[in-house]
Design a protein around this ligand. Sequence first.
Ligand code: HEM
Length: 406
Amino acid sequence: MTATAATDLPLWPASTLDHGPFALLDEEQRHRLAGPVTRVRLPTGAPAWLVTRHADVRQVLRHPGFSADLERPGFPLLRPLPPQSESDRQGGFIRMDGEEHFRLRRMLTAEFMIKNVRRIEPLIQQTVDAALADLAAAGPPADLVETFALPVPSIVICHLLGVPYADHDFFQVRSRTLLDRTTSMELVRAHAQELRDYLRELVVARHRDAGGDDLISRLVRDRVATGQLTVDELVGMALLLLVAGHETTANMIGLSTLLLLREPGRFAALRESPHRAAELVEELLRYLSVVRTGLPRLALVDAEIGGQVIRAGEGVIAVLSLANRDPEVFDDPEEFDPYRQAHQHLAFGFGVHQCIGQPLARAELRIALVGLADRFPTLRAAVVPQQVSTRDTSVVFGLNSLQVTW
Ligand code: HEM
């Protein structure tokens, strides 16, 4: 396909301005993009295949012939890649393939297993309770994102990693830059470097005094000191966990609150039946699908997806949010139905890169939402959904702020 032809293709990510936070595509976009497999143009000008059906998204994500390594020529990037040194590339296993990915991921799997997350539930509860007290002191009205949705997962991941939460302004601003697909290459590079320098200092300090029980200290002791992991790799892993560990869940808490407040009975139901909160969280994950721009992959071999032959060297975007509204899998998919069986959703991805933090994210969401419903029975949004300021250019969709009152 020539560059000129690519300019005629529909643009992905599609603009979501004017849709409000809950609709994914308008009628016209649906007609042009909802596939099942559609040729699109990315913001870099490169063409790619958009894959939107649940079965096809799963096929791409579990296919060993699709790479997640964004350094490969032809990878479908949403923004140009800043130049990186060899040490900067280490440890970020979300963008690695095969054995390289598996070796690093395996060092963390036990950490985030359900039984280990259950052990830290008291910490999550304590963090939620403290943030609820801060919210009460800040309003009414108050910004729920700033006072509650963002601090809860940030404090928890800081505690797990051993990163001082006092530095939250520093790492939150920089995380946001890394996830925003409109940030200039220079700024992405500078902020990634600053975060790495910051984490490297922490790792080196733990090297000198590795007696702590946090994850970085334990990895220094068990993996770095034994020669299984380099300092650069640990820095890259810590960076991935710090960014992935707070932005996604924070955006889910903010959006979930806005959605639940749309119908007053929903918060009351949560208060009366907290044992059903786990089910509700699955439907929130399906319906809100915060990783809205989709997961990029590069075909290394020819493959047929949804009846379309995708050639080796072509890029694919697996759109989790649209797959999560596939009528073949979910009845009335555009409806938010708190008690549907939504567990087949793909909000955490699928295949070898499926989110390692999902038990933690689920526990945080459940405890945060039940806590909020309990403590603020009269909570309501102080703005209508159409007026809230949304993160339209981030690869993790969410709210910039949410004014609430009670
Ligand atoms: C991977 C979503 C919370 C750490 C992923 C992927 C998705 C995702 C879609 C797959 C990326 C890909 O295949 O390219 C979410 C959502 C969350 C959430 C929606 C919250 C509601 C978390 C938390 C942590 C975390 C709390 C950290 C503790 C990771 C890591 C990976 C990942 C390390 C890379 C896994 C790999 O490449 O093997 N997440 N995530 N995530 N997530 Fe999450």
